[in-house]
Design a protein around this ligand. Structure first.
Ligand code: IVH
Length: 713
């Protein structure tokens, strides 16, 4: 007979597990005694940890077997490290939003356009509730749950396997036998209303309460001690998937059917629709059920059902093109506008923020709301049109606040009849409240219109801009330095320790020589200081696209940073090219504005940034510390990877957008016009001047079939 201790935790039967827990409790107690009381350990620390780990793993799998003399209970299980990171092999993306019926029609129209399908062809689309919890990815190998992780930033999440194992309707072992060798099942972890109320009642003595079920679910899943998670009654709905070793279905609905066969809970309100009208009908039906479902939902998700069409549609930068979330209308409440505060952002924009008398809107206490700009306060919209029927906002006003999902709360109305007689129109400042420089409304070079946003002209001398730039530099989608958040950026800036990004990387060296060490500062200790320095060091090598985004150049968001990375591949190449582009007649300028997705506004912003001598100097210093690495090419083996392709003529087999997305997925760059840098022209019927130019430049030219053959379709 095999010794029980040789059997993997996953393979233990209930009886075996009970015996193992009994043996482990005795063994651990004995070794504990040798160590603590006799000062004569008989096994290594590592072996002792292995015993404790095994004990805990068995307890996780069989929570009902936890013994009253459990060694984990006795010593209190607190792993010293926070959660380890989990890189998602397939990113976990979020969804684009629709807030009206028109948005839904646009979504379907966009899909038709992208796929080149007329209104005569029906496109089945599923509709299901959008669960208000947090998403998780569960990796099964050979039917067994191996790893469970949170979404994190979509690329990297936190490993919370043990915690997810305690969620009762997540199978440890997939049911049936028709599952693929590897499958990542994704869905939402949530807390039902009754469990939420019970939890808040249970912890009320501690003075702590969760604001809503989503916060409670997130707080419960991200516990270091999985036994706390186990007490929290979390639930899971499966609705999506990541990596899968072989296809198991041809449609979204069939896939959900498989999840159900494998033992997952799937949402019973999911339905297949054939038209926008159908979708809206299901939306209304689901909204009508909202109050009696027993768990929070915040909208309805629509997904193109045919997986082959999903694959063709693919992803735009952050969202799949084949799905959208139709949100329920925002919730509102009235309160008093107590003050208007002006914040200065990293690009110098002066943003007014409403300070409100705290009010609960849809379960969340709101005390701030965005006011966008001076025009917005005056009752003027982005295109000069009246908003709130032209009513302005004044301090002391009674206002209606609206909150929709995670969006920053907005003031949507004001009650003029309740306005105090002494109130006066709000005077928007013309000087930066932080550095005193003039704050001006620029004229947009392209449209000739005056910008609604007032900007501080202080640039590098404005402390507010500098702090915001630092915060942006370390933020999650930029350098993402663990333990270096807004609070630390402000404190370090305030103390003169870090005034620009390069300083972050010299912090440790300076700290060693300093009399006032970081570890001795309030709120810090030896461990947290060491962790921070390690987290900083871990970012000395960083993906180029993150680095470009982190610089905080105006108009350069994550998508644009990726476009630039793909095009220039190397930071120095980008820097040299942009400087060369300051001559508008240069090839460098043409090359820059020819990148699909980059227009003159972005190009001008890049020029302004790279041609500013102070920035140049700051960059040189930063590059002494940090090495940006080109984005990994996932599809580098395609014959078109790294090539510059131009599509022209009437494409008949796919739309232009689809062609572009296809090429980019394979690592090619798509340009709008033919130049010496073009490697390949794909010409549909009726191609004209671009084809002619390609012939003159002796550029390879193929038709649509040639293209499909080339990319192996
Ligand atoms: S599908 C690639 N379906 O909504 C698309 N998401 O805003 C994967 N969510 O991060 C998501 N219910 O946390 C999908 N039925 C549902 C959902 C759902 C809730 C959440 C999920 C996601 C977020 C996107």
């Amino acid at each position: 007979m095999t010794h029980l201790e040789a059997i993997a935790v996953d393979a233990l039967t209930l009886e075996q597990a009970a015996l193992e827990l009994e043996r482990l409790a005795a063994d651990i107690a004995r070794h504990d005694q040798h160590y603590h009381q006799d000062d004569a350990p008989q096994i290594s620390d590592a072996d002792f940890d292995t015993l404790k780990r095994r004990n805990l793993d068995i307890e996780m799998r069989f929570p009902e077997l936890v013994r009253s003399d459990s060694p984990s209970g006795r010593v209190g299980y607190t792993p010293s490290e926070k959660f380890s990171k989990h890189s998602h092999s397939v990113p976990m993306l979020s969804l684009d939003n629709a807030s009206s019926q028109d948005d839904v029609s646009d979504f379907v129209a966009r899909i038709r356009r992208f796929l080149g399908l007329g209104t005569d062809v029906s496109i089945p689309i599923s509709a299901e509730p959008k669960i208000d919890g947090l998403s998780a990815s569960l990796r099964y190998e050979d039917g067994r749950l191996i790893v469970g992780a949170t979404r994190g930033d979509g690329q990297v999440g936190e490993t919370v396997t043990e915690n997810l194992r305690t969620v009762r309707n997540i199978p440890q072992q997939l049911a049936g036998s028709d599952w693929p060798e590897i499958v990542e099942v994704r869905g939402e972890v949530y807390m039902a209303h009754e469990d939420f109320s019970a939890l808040n009642a249970r912890i009320s003595d501690s003075g702590r309460q969760f604001a809503n079920p989503r916060n409670a679910a997130a707080g419960s899943l991200r516990q270091l001690d999985a036994r706390i998670t186990a007490e929290r009654s979390l639930k899971f709905f499966a609705y999506a998937w990541g990596e899968i070793s072989e296809p198991v279905a041809e449609s979204q609905m069939a896939m959900i059917g498989k999840f159900s066969d494998w033992g997952f809970a799937v949402n019973p309100l999911m339905q297949l629709c054939d038209s926008v009208e159908d979708l809206i009908e299901v939306y209304n039906h689901i909204e009508a059920q909202r109050a009696v479902l027993g768990y929070d939902i915040d909208g309805v998700v629509y997904k193109v059902d045919d997986l082959a069409l999903q694959a063709r549609l693919g992803f735009a930068s952050r969202f799949p093109r084949w799905a959208i979330a139709h949100k329920f209308p925002a919730e509102q409440a009235t309160t008093i506008l107590q003050d208007i505060e002006i914040q200065v952002g990293r690009t110098g924009a002066l943003t007014p923020v409403a300070k409100l008398h705290p009010v609960t809107v849809g379960g969340v206490v709101v005390s701030n709301a965005t006011l966008h700009n001076g025009d917005y306060i005056a009752g003027i919209g982005a295109n000069g049109e009246p908003i709130r029927d032209g009513r302005d906002l004044r301090i002391g006003d009674q206002v209606t606040v609206q909150r929709a999902g995670d969006v920053i709360p907005q003031i949507v109305d004001v009650d003029i009849s309740a306005r105090p007689e002494t109130s006066e129109p709000f005077q928007f400042p013309t000087l930066c409240p932080v550095c005193g420089s003039h704050a001006v409304r620029e004229v947009n070079a392209k449209t000739g219109k005056i910008d609604a946003v007032r900007r501080c002209t202080g640039g590098l001398i404005c402390p507010a801009q500098a702090v915001e730039k630092l915060k942006h530099f370390v933020s999650r989608n930029a350098l993402d330095i663990d333990g270096f958040g807004d609070k630390q950026a402000e404190a370090f800036y305030h103390d003169g320790l870090v005034t620009r990004p390069a300083d972050i990387f010299t912090l440790q060296a300076r700290d060693r020589r300093s009399l006032k060490r970081l570890k001795d500062r309030e709120g810090w200790g030896a461990t947290s200081a060491r962790n921070l320095f390690e987290a900083i060091d871990a970012r000395r090598a960083v993906d180029l696209n993150r680095f470009i985004f982190a610089l905080g150049i105006r108009h350069v968001g994550e998508g644009t940073a990726k476009l630039l990375t793909r095009h220039y591949e190397d930071f120095e190449a980008l820097r040299i090219a942009v400087k060369a582009a300051s001559d508008e007649n240069s090839d460098a300028w043409t090359d820059l504005v020819n990148i699909d997705g980059i227009g003159e506004t972005v190009a001008q912003a890049l020029l302004a940034f790279f041609c500013e001598p102070h920035n140049d100097e700051a960059l040189d210093d930063l590059l002494q510390q940090v090495t940006p690495a080109p984005m990994e090419k996932t599809t580098g083996d395609s014959p078109v990877a790294g090539k510059t392709v131009v599509f022209t003529g009437a494409l008949e087999k796919f739309s232009r957008d689809e062609a572009k997305a296809m090429a980019e997925r394979l690592g090619a760059k798509v340009a709008g016009s033919v130049s010496k840098k073009t490697d390949l022209l794909v010409a549909g019927p009726g191609a004209g001047s671009k084809l002619k130019k390609a012939r003159e430049l002796e550029i390879d030219t193929i038709d649509e079939d040639g293209w499909l053959a080339l990319i192996g379709k």
